[in-house]
Design a protein around this ligand. Structure first.
Ligand code: AHN
Ligand code: ZN
Length: 330
């Protein structure tokens, strides 16, 4: 008995010496500690802002236009600088009004060999019409979509840049979906249908890898305006409540809780809806909701006012840091 106790004591001392601070812990706790200790790179909000600005400078990124082609080329080249593998998924889809759209999903894969994966996404196209503009003369004019589209892509390009330098423990896939915003014009007679998120619908039915799966997904939409608030979006709560909880708790823990209130928002049919419904990957939408406007989004939504003037690096930073903390702690 004495001998047994003595051996146990020796084993304990040996285990303690192997630990990081000499206290006695189970192996699981050691792992958890190492995971949180992992260095999280600094999100550069000016760099993210610059990525938004570069996209907007091409002009409205409406499918079948030259600005769309040029912006797509730049996005592909940027992703090729940061990611291990880049897929370009090109196809033609039919818009609600019968227009054939030549579209392109842009997919960056980080650490393709890893089995545990997280999906991050945003839409890179911009809306062909300012159908909520206060001036009816603008109702058929394409918009910059600095917040509605470019902001999410800007945050994800900055995250891609950091992932290229500092790998995570899980594999990350970043998808820029096309043709999210070619949904039915507000004044059109066409009945409602699955008109939004055409690129995401295509990818969900034809993923870049046949067996593609991820633990969860995060969509960023309208994540750059000043005074943004991200309420818990309806489909996110329906399909991925644990992911919502994880992300909102993370934001709170790093001082961004005021942008992520514990409040339920509306249901928004967006790219994540089809990733959930068709691909069955629990995916949330971090989206700016505001119930003081008639449409429920930020005040300049689908107007000519959705330009660089609404973009605030503070909001880009809050969202970028939150997503970085989630993926580096995974
Ligand atoms: C609907 O209005 C049905 N969905 C809005 C999704 C959206 C538009 N996200 C950005 N622009
Ligand atoms: Zn939109």
């Amino acid at each position: 008995m004495q001998r047994l106790l003595f051996s146990l004591l020796i084993i304990n001392i040996l285990l303690a010496c192997g630990g990081t601070n000499g206290t006695d812990r189970g192996q699981g706790e050691v792992d958890r500690e190492e995971r949180t200790v992992l260095r999280i790179p600094a999100f550069n909000a000016d760099s993210a802002f610059h990525f938004v600005e570069r996209q907007v400078a091409f002009g409205p990124r409406v499918p079948n236009t030259e600005a769309h082609r040029q912006a797509g080329k730049w996005l592909r080249q940027s992703m090729e600088r940061f990611a291990d593998t880049v897929y370009i998924q090109e196809t033609r889809v039919r818009a609600y009004d019968g227009t054939n759209l030549q579209i392109k999903n842009i997919i960056g894969v980080f650490q393709p060999e890893k089995r545990r994966r997280i999906l991050l996404c945003a839409h890179w196209d911009s809306r062909p019409y300012a159908d909520h503009d206060p001036d009816p003369a603008n109702h058929y004019t394409p918009i910059d979509g600095a917040n509605d589209g470019a902001s999410g892509v800007g945050v994800l390009l900055e995250i891609a840049r950091l992932l290229g330098e500092t790998p995570t423990q899980v594999g990350i896939d970043i998808i820029f979906f096309d043709a999210e915003d070619y949904g039915r014009h507000r004044l059109s007679n066409v009945p409602d249908g699955d008109h939004w998120a055409l690129g995401a619908q295509h990818w969900a039915r034809n993923p870049h890898r046949l067996d593609y799966d991820a633990r969860f997904g995060i969509l960023l939409d309208m994540v750059g305006a000043s005074d943004a608030t991200f309420k818990r979006e309806g489909y996110s709560m329906l399909y991925a409540p644990n992911v919502v909880r994880k992300v909102w708790e993370t934001a709170q823990s790093i001082g961004h809780g005021h942008l992520f209130p514990e409040q339920d928002g509306n249901f928004v049919v967006d790219d994540h809806y089809y990733v959930n419904r068709i691909r069955r990957i629990p995916t949330i939408n971090i989206i700016h909701q505001d119930d003081r406007t008639s449409h429920g989004f930020f005040p300049q939504w689908h107007t000519m006012g959705d330009n660089m003037d609404v973009i605030d690096p503070y909001t880009l930073r809050a969202v970028g840091e939150t997503v970085l903390h989630v993926i580096y702690n995974q």
